[in-house]
Design a binder for this molecule. Sequence first.
Ligand code: AMP
Ligand code: MG
Length: 408
Amino acid sequence: MPDPAPLPATEAQERILHDLAPLPEVWTALDEALGFGLTSDVLATRTQPPWDNSAMDGYALRSADAVRAPVSLRVVGVVHAGDQPTREVGPGEAIRIMTGAPMPPGADAVIMQERTRALPGEGLGVVELQETVRVRQNVRDAGEDARAGEVLLSAGTVLGIPELALLAGQGLASVRVPRRPRVAIVSTGDELCRPDEEPGGRIVDTNSVALALGVRRAGGTPYVLGIARDRIEDVEALIRQALEYDVVLTSAGASVGEHDHVRPALERLGVAVDFWRVAIRPGKPLAFGRHGRTRVFALPGNPTSSLVTFELFVRPALLRLVGRRAPLPPPVQARSGVDLKKNNQLAHYIRVVLSWQGGEPWADPLPTQTSGAVRSAVSATHLLHFPMDAMSVRRGDPVQLLPVGWGP
Ligand code: AMP
Ligand code: MG
């Protein structure tokens, strides 16, 4: 049976994601949960901040005393952040107050210091207001961050830095999120050696280094299982071990060369292969399949092809496993810095640098676009999407860019 036509990238992404659910939830320390999606609602147990407080350094007063200006009020106290004010502000009185300090009883507004003039007088003296003050002016509400009993963050919320700070404000040390995906990485090829070996005519297996970093950044734990030699028995044995993990990433040996044993090995091992080729460049020989709960990606060997296919297909899958409901990054638009041409029905993903020029975003391709060298990804900020059925793009045309997750 002839091979089916390569799948469009969006269809490949849909097939990968459609039945992929987050992994089982576990209690996870806050500082391990960055980038994960909450599996259940988090309720606030504390009202935070617990009291109305001042947004400014200035004077707390009764707004009824400040409907006209200028007007002078007697200063009867000082309240710093960390103090618990007890002295009430009576009619004709003001209390000097610092940012974040609780509002004293009786006061309903704060005038900022820069709109006042301190005048000498008995005790703490007198303050002259230079403008009128509205009720609640410069007062921050109690519970601006959280009100006890409310849903603070709902299930599905992706935990960024402010979200985690909010949870820490509740005294929480851990949170319910999916466990980390365990990702096995298998390299194949007689020409490869480990990074810590003397090459002696071989090349270093850089794909497993790059893939392991990508896995970690996407919330997974990488397990580099090693290099299989170009014999089907070797490839099969290493992939068999890898099938114990949540996700398997193999690189190289996935096209139709004589030593490309990944596909037959997957078949022998009973991996149900969903598709073998995707209509993209770089990265056309990309396979995806399932074995029980394990998802298997056979990535191309060329270093940049494996990076690009990781971005387009593996990263979204890992993000879904860690609870991200929308794991595909929204594209951004820019103008192409060059003319582009092609004569095939593949979507090209061109490594570009996005920059701001003349008040507009521009995308400039890196000088080398070879997929055989990892250097062709160095300093790329985005992938320019040159669509399947477009054959040319003119300099200045609007193009869609995908941010890459491999940058600094
Ligand atoms: P293959 O798919 O086996 O034909 O490999 C395609 C190209 O990628 C060849 O030039 C390989 O030497 C190179 N390559 C394969 N695996 C790796 C790897 N793990 N790290 C770096 N380069 C690799
Ligand atoms: Mg090979």
